[in-house]
Design a protein around this ligand. Structure first.
Ligand code: AMP
Ligand code: TRP
Length: 335
């Protein structure tokens, strides 16, 4: 049986946090053997909001190093940088010409981000089309992402089906979103009703970054917002969202069931013990990743070499697909 093909991407901006790790990266790593994988550092997506060029350059290599440190194995998976493979930007234009504007204006991530900015770039609206191309140019069957990206994968399905019906052939594979059951939505420690997000990692006490030192992790958890009660149980009550989020993180990290998690805290003397317990398992999970990251970042030439190999493998798959698309759409290929 041929292996299912997987594509996923992550933006190089900001600091990768445990939401990214538990909701996405960890699942990519876990399924490497079962699947044929393409993992992409989506630097072009980062340009949809203003970036400092020097920081973006650094963050792109750092993101690749984080993925390798987290266990992405270049012998099993293709790891590459989106802008190294020109098929993505080229094919995005072709997809733009089959995607109705109204589909993009309805995207909730676009509406949220646009509402926070004075001047919205065209690229921000077009972001989901670039993402659709990432997936479709590789004929990916599965797209493992966090809950927040589900709508974009559904749009990708719509674009694929529209192209297939416009041109009367099953040209694109219609992909499935794969959303993990646990860890799909890690909330901010400072505000447990809003998703932990990269754009807020600079706020003290909001996120746990993958590369945070143990002392910092402990400090952030100690500061986490809870409530005035003392009951340590899973709960859908919005007033208990802080405790629920801490328990959810503990559950995702340890892989225990909800009743096992609650049993672990049955003797806790209050939320202080809960915070310490969660911090300890997170520190244990992140320490080896941080150490491998530091090692990899000492050798940028080796990192660049690995990314060049990845780009070559990715180009070999996506460029022929984009060329075939051009032909279907009536463009003359150069001889
Ligand atoms: P981004 O930070 O937007 O580049 O997201 C990279 C990956 O992490 C995507 O698959 C997201 O769905 C996932 N992700 C981002 N934030 C969270 C969060 N707070 N909880 C769970 N998954 C997340
Ligand atoms: N938009 C995704 C995010 O912010 C990143 C992404 C870009 C992606 N292209 C992708 C994810 C293709 C999955 C597949 O999380």
């Amino acid at each position: 049986m041929t292996k299912k093909r997987v594509f996923s991407g992550i933006q190089p901006t900001g600091n990768t946090h445990i939401g990214n790790y538990l909701g996405a990266i960890r699942n990519w790593v876990a399924r490497q053997d079962e699947k044929e994988n393409f993992f992409c550092v989506v630097d072009l997506h980062s340009l949809t909001v203003p970036q400092d060029p020097e920081e973006l350059r650094y963050a792109t290599r750092a993101m690749a190093a984080v993925l390798l440190a987290a266990g992405i194995d270049p012998d099993k998976s293709t790891l590459f940088v989106q802008s190294h493979v020109t098929a993505h930007a080229e094919g995005c234009w072709l997809l733009n010409c089959v995607t109705p504007l109204g589909w993009l204006q309805r995207m909730t991530q676009y509406k949220d981000k646009a509402a926070k900015q004075e001047s919205v770039l065209t690229g921000l609206l077009d972001y989901p089309v670039l993402m659709a191309g990432d997936i479709l140019f590789y004929d990916a069957d599965e797209v493992p992402v966090g809950e927040d990206q589900k709508q974009h994968v559904e749009l990708t399905r719509d674009i694929a089906q529209r192209f297939n019906s416009l041109y009367g052939q099953e040209f694109f594979v219609v992909p499935q979103p794969i959303i993990p059951e646990v860890g799909a939505r890690v909330m901010g420690l400072d505000n447990p009703t809003a998703k932990m997000s990269k754009s807020s990692t600079d706020k003290r006490g909001h996120a746990i970054r993958i590369l945070d030192e143990p002392k910092e992790i402990m400090r952030s958890f100690k500061r986490a917002v809870t409530d005035s009660g003392n009951e340590i149980v899973f709960s859908a009550d919005p007033a208990k969202a802080g405790v629920n989020n801490l328990l959810g993180i503990y559950k995702a990290v340890t892989g225990k069931s909800e009743s096992e998690v609650e049993a672990d805290f049955a003797d806790a003397r209050g939320y202080g013990d809960l915070k310490k317990g969660v911090a300890e398992v997170v520190i244990e999970m992140l320490t080896p990743i941080r150490e491998r990251y530091e090692y990899l970042m000492q050798d940028p030439a080796e990192l660049d070499r690995l990314l060049a190999v990845g780009a070559e493998q990715a180009t070999a798959v996506s460029q022929p697909k984009v060329n075939a698309m051009k032909e279907i759409m009536g463009l003359v290929l150069p001889k």
